[in-house]
Design a protein around this ligand. Structure first.
Ligand code: PEP
Length: 260
C-alpha cells in the first residue's frame, strides 16, 4: 500500500514556548484529520516538550530539527536522538542551514542518519544544490554525493523508513519554488540513486518531499509532479491559515493520486 503524503512544518529558530503553543492551537482548529496526509511539526528543542503534551497525536506528529549522533556523554549544548526518541517520530537531518551555518560535513550527516535510525526516529534527509552549483550544472553530482554518503551506513531494512527532501538551497526562504520540470528531474535522480544502492523496490517506495518556497499558490502544481510525496515547508508553516491551506491542497491532490 502507498504511504500517506507527508507535510512537514519546519519552524526553524522561530517562536518562543508561548507563541508555539498559540500556533498549535490555531492549527488544531483549522486542520482536519485526513487519512491520506500525515502532518508533522518540527519546533525548536525548547518548544518540543510542551508541544508534545498539547498536540492531538492523531492529527500531528513531531519532528526534531536536528540531533547529535552520539547517544549520551559530555557534549555540552547537544541533544541526542536517544534523548529525543520518546518525543518525536521524525528528525530533519542535513538541512542546508545546518550544512552552511554549522559546517555540517557529509560524514557528520551520515552519522546522524544512523543515530536517528538506531533510535527509531525516521530521518528526513535534506539534499539540494546551491545557486552556484545549479549554474555550474553540478546538481546531479551534488545530490549523488549527499545521498550516497548519508545512506552509506544504512541497511536495506533501514532504508524503508527514510524520507528524502529535495530542497534546492536557492529556493529556500523565497517566493519562487523550483520549476515542476526541474523538481521532477531531481526527484527522479534521487530515486535512481536510492535504486542503485538498494534496488528498485526501495527506489519506488521511499518518500521524497520537495522543499523551497512552498507557498499555498504553488502547492498543487508541486504535488502533481511525478514522484513527489509531500512537502517540507518553512516560512509558510508559521502562518496557521497558509499551512492549513497547504495541507488541504495536498489532501486534494492525494485524492486524485492513482497510487494513493
Ligand atoms: C526549508 O527551509 O526547509 C524551507 C522549505 O523553507 P521555505 O519554505 O521558507 O522556503
Amino acid at each position: 500500500m502507498k504511504k500517506p503524503k507527508l507535510v512537514v512544518a519546519n519552524w526553524k529558530m522561530h517562536l518562543n514556548v508561548h507563541q508555539a503553543s498559540l500556533l498549535v492551537n490555531k492549527l488544531d482548529k483549522k486542520v482536519s484529520l485526513h487519512r491520506g496526509v500525515e502532518v508533522v511539526i518540527a519546533p525548536n528543542y525548547l518548544d518540543l516538550q510542551p508541544i508534545s503534551l498539547e498536540i492531538d497525536r492523531r492529527k500531528f506528529k513531531l519532528a526534531a530539527q536536528d540531533g547529535y549522533p552520539i547517544d549520551e556523554g559530555s557534549y555540552t549544548g547537544a541533544v541526542s536522538f536517544a534523548q529525543l526518541r520518546e518525543m518525536v517520530n521524525y528528525a530533519i537531518i542535513g538541512h542546508s542551514e545546518r550544512r552552511r551555518y554549522f559546517s555540517e560535513s557529509l560524514e557528520l550527516i551520515r552519522d546522524k542518519m544512523a543515530a536517528a535510525i538506531r533510535n527509531d526516529i525516521t530521518p528526513i534527509l535534506c539534499v539540494g544544490e546551491t545557486k552556484e552549483e545549479k549554474q555550474d550544472k553540478e546538481t546531479k553530482q551534488v545530490l549523488h554525493d549527499q545521498i550516497t554518503t548519508a545512506l552509506s551506513d544504512l541497511t536495506s531494512e533501514d532504508i524503508e523508513s527514510v524520507v528524502i527532501a529535495y530542497e534546492p538551497v536557492w529556493a529556500i526562504g523565497g517566493h519562487n519554488p523550483a520549476k515542476p520540470k526541474d523538481i521532477e528531474q531531481a526527484v527522479s535522480w534521487i530515486r535512481y540513486q536510492v535504486g542503485e544502492l538498494y534496488g528498485k523496490l526501495a527506489a519506488d517506495s521511499i518518500r521524497v518531499l520537495y522543499g523551497g518556497s512552498d507557498e499555498p499558490e504553488f502547492v498543487t502544481g508541486i504535488m502533481e509532479v511525478d514522484g513527489v510525496d509531500g512537502l517540507l515547508v518553512g516560512h509558510a508553516s508559521l502562518d496557521a491559515q497558509q499551512f492549513a491551506d497547504i495541507i488541504q491542497a495536498v489532501y486534494l491532490v492525494s485524492l486524485s493520486d492513482p497510487k494513493g
